[in-house]
Design a protein around this ligand. Structure first.
Ligand code: BES
Ligand code: MN
Ligand code: ZN
Length: 498
């Protein structure tokens, strides 16, 4: 897609299709500073006086101002109360606009930057959010439709600003949005891919291809390597599957004295049937998304490679299916993770924490300043927070605060959950070092407590079970994978101070 910056006023004849966001109560008086041509402003001012368009969030109207040559459309968006504006407002508005535009068959759009005159928000971030909403809202997963894609794609986008002095910040915002949207689209593609299209081998080749195209290092451990590394938990979860496991290592930059190392770990269960502790069949198809943590890590690594921050970043993905079979892991089995700790398996459906135990152990060898894992880990987390936030646990307050902030900025919200000693007590085993479930209550927290036993460095765990995919289309995300985590990780990296 071509994205241009135009300095001028929106509504001059070259903008055939323009997106304009209005706050609740905006009247577009002559005195209001607007990036808008005066004839168009007058027209909208008159229209607003009728009171039909309120400027409520999610409100949208398509107008056809007369006298414009050639005739064009104005897609008017409500941004809600000015005081409530945040970057997510801009993303959502853009997502709604692009959906409407594509339905109309429009492939060329001009847009104002939403929120640009709101105090406390910078032009760069408002531009980034506005463009992210458009790019992410345009995303579709239609590669399995035999008739091929049947819809309009956005081909040309013009961001209209008033002053030349704003151009650099706006270009920077556009560029960043392109990078985060591409990483997110990759993550969505991987997560949306059905289990038969993307077993661990294919997930690894997708990572490898991305790495080759992005100038990242990539190492893929096969079953033999995994056994040699003594990743007993990954091997055990894989035992019921005909598809061999993979352990993916992506690396950006090099370790050095003056650069921190960050390690991102993503749960890569390409399909989770539950194993011998088999799940009920209702909704089981959604468990193709059980590698959304892996998808987020791979997508974020692509974005990071493009952004080139002064850091050393490692992405780790333990990948396997979780299936029942004659050789499958059984309840009661005791396995040994990479760290040497023994685990009594109570429920084979609590497989994510098992493969993460090995990956967190592996992360230690990089002596990272921070380890962040992302995993569709527990249904209990969805019970606790619904789809509005990912659950955050960890062993380091300052790191959690950084992650929280990154979540706030990107609209990928996280909410803190505790890992108290009580939860550790729930997962004591009488026969091994730890057991893999802690009973019915506090399921997200006992999972967090379990993971904490396998990592010594500063660490944050994000349970994305409720945020990784959506059952219905959202403003800038169609039904299916959301790509959650990519933008949060990228923001964390961009804000990172040693
Ligand atoms: N992948 C699931 C968790 C999940 C549930 C993700 C719903 C997305 C939506 C995970 O492997 C799992 O099965 N967890 C069990 C743990 C239990 C057996 C302790 C769960 O949450 O029921
Ligand atoms: Mn499971
Ligand atoms: Zn799972």
């Amino acid at each position: 897609m071509q994205i241009d910056v135009k300095i001028g006023r929106i509504g001059s004849e070259i903008d055939t299709n323009v997106i304009i966001g209005l706050f609740k109560g905006d009247q577009l008086e002559e005195t209001d500073s607007m990036v808008m041509e005066s004839a168009l402003r007058r027209y909208l001012h008159g229209m607003l006086k009728l009171g039909d368009f309120k400027g409520d969030e999610q409100e949208v109207a398509v107008l056809y101002p007369c006298g414009q040559a050639p005739p064009g459309r104005v897609i008017l968006l409500g941004l809600g109360p000015r005081n409530d504006f945040c970057l997510e407002t801009a993303r959502r508005a853009s997502g709604i606009a692009v959906k409407r535009a594509l339905k109309l068959g429009v492939s060329e759009l001009s847009t104002a930057v939403h929120g640009l005159d709101v105090p406390d928000f910078e032009l760069q971030e408002c531009t980034q959010a506005t463009v992210e909403g458009l790019l992410l809202g345009e995303y579709r997963y239609d590669c399995h439709k035999s008739a091929g894609p049947e819809r309009t794609r956005l081909e040309n986008l013009t961001v209209v600003i008033q002053q030349r002095a704003q151009a650099n910040e706006v270009r920077d915002g556009i560029e960043t949005a392109r990078i985060t949207a591409a990483g997110t689209a990759l993550a969505r593609d991987l997560s949306n891919a059905p289990g038969n299209a993307l077993p661990p081998r294919k997930l690894a080749s997708a990572a490898r291809k991305m790495a080759a195209d992005s100038d990242l290092k990539c190492r893929v451990l096969t079953r033999k390597d995994i056994e040699k590394e003594r990743m007993g938990a990954l091997v055990a979860v894989n035992a019921g599957s005909e598809e061999p496991p993979r352990f993916i290592v992506l690396e950006y930059g090099e370790p050095s004295e003056d650069r921190d190392t960050l390690v991102f770990v993503g749960k890569g269960i390409t399909f989770d049937s539950g194993g011998i502790s088999i799940k009920s069949s209702g909704g089981m198809e959604e468990m193709k998304h059980d590698m959304s943590g892996a998808a987020a890590v791979i997508g974020a690594m692509q974005s990071i490679a493009m952004l080139k921050p002064p850091l050393h970043v490692v992405g780790l993905v333990p990948a396997t299916e979780n299936l029942p079979d004659g050789k499958a892991l059984k309840p009661g089995d005791i396995i040994t993770a990479l760290s040497g700790k023994t685990i009594e398996v109570i429920n084979t459906d609590a497989e994510g924490r098992l493969v993460l135990a090995d990956a967190l152990g592996y992360a230690e060898r990089f002596s990272p300043a921070a380890v962040i894992d992302l995993a569709t880990l527990t249904g209990a987390c969805v019970v606790a927070l619904g789809h509005a936030a990912s659950g955050m646990m960890g062993n380091d307050e300052p790191l959690q605060e950084r992650v929280r902030k990154a979540g706030e900025t990107t609209g990928e919200r996280v909410w803190p959950l505790p890992i108290w000693k009580d939860y550790h007590d729930q997962i004591k085993s009488h026969i091994a070092d730890v057991k893999n479930t802690g009973g019915r209550w506090g399921g997200a927290l006992t999972a967090g407590a379990f993971l904490e036993k396998f990592i010594e460095r500063p660490w944050v765990h994000l349970d994305i079970a409720g945020t990784a995919y959506t059952e219905s289309s959202k403003s800038y995300c169609p039904k299916g994978a959301t790509g959650v985590g990519v933008r949060l990780l990228v923001q964390l990296v961009r804000d990172w101070k040693p």
